[in-house]
Design a protein around this ligand. Structure first.
Ligand SMILES: [Zn+2]
Length: 358
């Protein structure tokens, strides 16, 4: 991977984007897309997109979607002694929250705090997870007034401080928010690869970086309605099941280092999946399979049922420890996803139509 790409990935991961507060990360992503695409834009709530226009007349449109937001917390209540109680933004895991460092974003900028962890010697909880409302953030203050003087109020958002860390000489990447910043990186690098290889796609390609996925796939709903794509691939993360203690009979067999994971289920269009499988086979890019019996739990669920229905599918990065500060992914899988998307886009012809027909 090029040094410029690595630096962008690091900057993207170091840019906070708790749900509803994605604009810093969106501006960064859109600026990176500028040399590789014809236009960049964002909607009222901040979903960003960049368009690579086809030179073909009346070309259909493919949307590649990743979500920009990450899970976090917001301040619910600040007590008289200066401790803050918190609300979850998306699926933050209270079981691992105690004893962690947080960065909140107040009116005067960043404010650090820690989630208090009563010492094991004097704690009386028999090891079970705390209630959300029992967690509290210590900003180093002795009163509500002192917290407010730091620029914090009810509703201000925060995330874990944990930035990127490479394991095993760059083989594996650890960070908070790899869900789904890693896929925003993949769409960006796909645009760069198309640009550098001089590929002129037969379809218009809309690279979407949508907001508010973690609270119900909302940005993707708004943006799909606007873009009206003819096909869409949603890029998100899925549970790697190759760490200890996971039952493959229950959760399937998804491994780090074996490529992206294509989802098979009612939401994922069989014609689109068939093409992706063909392209993977012909180009020698590794790809895994998973199944979802109903919808997928990703933006695909909002994309495929937009308007009259959009042939869509879900291509996921295998990820260990999802929704924790140590989310772990394989850098080989990142490259495999980029290679697959480039090969898929190369395969598109103006007359391709993934819809069912009688
Ligand atoms: Zn996600």
């Amino acid at each position: 991977m090029k040094e410029e790409a690595r630096a962008f990935l690091e900057e993207l991961l170091n840019t906070p984007a708790p749900t509803g507060m994605e604009m810093d990360a969106q501006r960064l992503w859109a600026a990176y897309m500028k040399p590789f695409t014809d236009e960049q834009n964002c909607d009222a709530y901040g979903s960003a997109w960049a368009v690579l226009k086809s030179k073909q007349p009346n070309a259909p449109t493919l949307m590649l979607d990743a979500h920009a937001d990450e899970i976090g917390f917001s301040i619910r209540y600040i007590d008289d002694n200066g401790f803050a109680r918190i609300e979850r933004l998306g699926g933050s895991d209270v079981a691992i929250a105690r004893g962690r460092r947080l960065c909140f974003f107040g009116s005067d900028g960043e404010v650090y705090g820690v989630i208090g962890n009563t010492a094991i010697h004097i704690r009386d909880d028999k090891g079970q997870a705390p209630n959300l409302w029992d967690l509290y953030v210590d900003f180093g203050c002795d009163s509500r007034e002192e917290v407010e003087a730091l620029g914090l109020r009810v509703g201000d958002r925060g995330i874990y401080c944990d930035g990127p860390l490479m394991l095993n000489n760059g083989k594996r990447l650890v960070c908070r928010a790899l869900d789904d910043r890693l896929c925003g990186f993949i769409t960006a690098e796909t645009a760069r690869a198309l640009h550098e290889q001089g590929i002129e796609p037969a379809w218009n390609i809309v690279f979407a970086n949508t907001v508010q996925e973690e609270v119900g796939c909302i940005g993707a709903q708004m943006l799909t309605y606007r873009i009206q794509p003819d096909a869409a691939i949603c890029l998100d993360v899925t549970h790697g099941t190759d760490s200890p203690g996971l039952n493959k009979g229950r959760y399937g067999d998804v491994r780090l280092g074996k490529g992206g994971v294509l989802c098979f289920g009612p939401a994922c269009h069989p014609n689109l999946n068939a093409r992706l499988e063909l392209v993977a086979r012909e180009s020698g890019v590794p790809m895994q399979r998973e199944t979802s019996g109903r919808t997928t739990g990703t933006n695909t669920d909002q994309i495929f049922r937009s308007r009259c229905g959009v042939p869509a599918t879900n291509l996921s990065m295998p990820l260990r420890y999802m929704h924790s500060p140590v989310e772990t992914a394989d850098m080989g899988d990142v490259q495999a996803c980029i290679d697959l998307l480039v090969a898929f886009i190369r395969s598109l012809k103006p007359e391709d139509d993934f819809r069912h027909k009688l």
